[in-house]
Design a protein around this ligand. Structure first.
Ligand code: SF4
Ligand code: SF4
Length: 122
């Protein structure tokens, strides 16, 4: 199993209750939140319900975005195929874990975001 270095802390209880996948996938979907419009089209297509809505109350224009729970994605790529804005890149699993924080601005799954991987200015 590849160590999930993109995890920051435990998921909130409601998300943690959702079923785990059985084995590590070959691919991983990661939402590029820099261009996600929050349309939620991808959510409907995910067969394992691992795309979570990230509320936008503290964000410019109150925009909602979505986030893939890395430990539940099975890498089927259905979300990437159906995103109207082409903003879900698919990565090899290990690469996806590494890249995810760089294109994640907010997390409801307690996964790392760009703030967690950007060195503080001195
Ligand atoms: S379909 Fe694309 S733009 Fe719409 S919520 Fe999903 S990732 Fe964002
Ligand atoms: S690749 Fe498949 S399992 Fe993973 S988030 Fe997209 S639709 Fe869901």
């Amino acid at each position: 199993m590849t160590d999930n270095t993109a995890r920051k802390g435990p998921r909130p209880e409601l998300i943690a209750q959702k079923p785990e996948r059985k084995r590590e996938p070959r691919q991983l979907a990661v939402i590029n939140q820099n261009s996600c419009t929050g349309c939620e089209a991808c959510v409907i297509f995910c067969p394992v319900d691992c795309i979570e809505t990230v509320p936008g109350a503290d964000w410019a224009q109150f925009q909602t975005v979505v986030e893939v729970d890395i430990e539940r994605c099975i890498g089927c790529a259905l979300c990437a195929k159906h995103c109207p804005w082409d903003t879900i890149p698919m990565f090899g699993y290990a690469e996806g874990i590494q890249k995810a924080p760089e294109i994640t601005r907010r997390s409801i799954c307690n996964q790392k975001t760009i703030e967690d991987v950007t060195p503080a200015e001195s």
